[in-house]
Design a binder for this molecule. Structure first.
Ligand code: GLY
Length: 373
């Protein structure tokens, strides 16, 4: 079976790895693998903190993917000898003021209503775990099973694993899906080269809707949602786990890494394909992060970047067959691309190679949007 994958973000890379491991001949097409939102993302694996009320199926998908991470990264590290920066040391959500605490309590109730136990902490208990938290922090929720991964290590490890499996990487832009006899039969590159394939996976993040050749019903309804992210550096002890906070109603997160990097994110801006970083974005992130962890102002400022999350109309991914035979969609991961990569790769591999979507992926098949498309 010949598979063409359009897009080498974390979802395209992970699915290329899984399909190639099952013996498919895989071609991965991307002008700059891993350079989109994947390279900006902090890599927190904290499904509960990112959710809104009612996103029960998405929570189950997120928890399943988080639970796949230890084996997924161990297998990748064994196969390549490269670290992925995976850490399974939990996450802590905290509240800054009384309103934030009320919202955190709502989140706890929602979580418990789904049968997922929550570990509630007072402000003092939270500070015992993370002594650098501000004295005013009101309380927290601990998720010991959460963790983080370093997307900038994950990408080279996935690329090395693909190379070992003989995956062909074409560093060009995919211009269109080739349609013959009413089915996808390959991909045409921007230089006119045609790459035939038995199945095509479209995993081009927010650019997935702009690929040529698709009949209107098969175009994924995705849009770019900009996120600005800071990278700071520390040489001393800082946080020991991923921290997510609500500060006067706005969300901020800090993801510490073993090498001293601390990633602070993220803004949420609907500005089309704009990746400029702004003074206001940096200010908001530092303001909120400093309210939670005052010592952050001592850290070295290393980098600010902006990425484009692929948002879908219901904020959930599109996983499975498109309205064009031979085409499978793997996009719309919005704020959860890194978290959902392992489970998405399993679902998409089954869709591509077996022609079926496993149970856990069924709520996310793209035909839920067909009426609107
Ligand atoms: N998952 C974090 C973000 O998208 O900002």
């Amino acid at each position: 079976m010949e598979i063409a994958v359009i897009g080498a973000g974390v979802v395209g890379l992970a699915t290329a790895w899984r399909t190639a491991a099952r013996g498919a001949a895989v071609t991965l097409i991307d002008p700059a693998p891993g350079s989109g939102a994947t390279s900006v993302a902090a890599g927190m694996l904290a499904p509960l903190g990112e959710l809104a009320y009612g996103e029960e199926e998405l929570l189950r998908l997120g928890l399943a993917s988080r639970d796949l991470y230890p084996a997924f990264t161990a297998e990748l590290e064994d196969a390549t000898g490269l670290s992925t920066g995976f850490r399974g040391d939990g996450s802590l959500q905290v509240a800054f003021d009384a309103d934030d605490l009320a919202r955190l309590d709502d989140a706890r109730r929602f979580q418990e209503s789904l049968g997922v136990p929550a570990e509630t902490l007072t402000g003092r208990e939270a500070r015992r775990l993370e002594p650098l938290l501000a004295p005013g922090v009101r309380g927290g929720l601990l998720a010991p099973e959460d963790g983080s991964v370093d997307p900038r290590r994950l990408v080279p490890a996935l690329l090395a694993a693909l190379e070992k499996l003989g995956v062909r990487i074409v560093r060009r832009r995919a211009a269109e899906v080739i349609v013959t006899g009413g089915a996808a039969t390959g991909v045409r590159l921007d230089d006119g080269t045609a790459l035939p394939a038995d199945r095509v996976l479209l995993a081009a993040g927010p650019w997935s809707g702009g690929i040529g050749g698709l009949p209107p019903g098969a175009v994924p309804p995705v849009r770019p949602v900009k996120g600005q992210v800071l990278r700071l550096r520390t040489s001393g002890p800082f946080l020991t786990r991923t921290l997510r906070g609500l500060v006067r109603g706005s969300a901020v997160y800090l993801v510490p890494r073993a090498d001293g990097e601390v990633v602070v994110g993220a803004t949420q801006e609907e500005l089309g394909f704009d990746t400029r970083v702004t003074a206001g974005g940096v200010w908001e992130l530092l303001r909120d992060a400093r309210d939670l962890v005052p010592g952050i102002t001592e850290l070295e400022f290393a980098e600010v970047t902006a990425g484009l999350r692929p948002g879908s109309p219901d904020n959930a991914p599109l996983l499975g067959p498109a309205a064009l035979p031979g085409l499978v969609l793997g996009t719309g991961h919005y704020r959860n691309g890194i978290l959902l990569a392992p489970v998405s790769a399993e679902i998409l591999t089954a869709a591509l190679l077996d022609g079926e979507v496993p149970e856990i992926g069924r709520p996310f098949v793209p035909d839920r949007f067909e009426v609107r498309a």
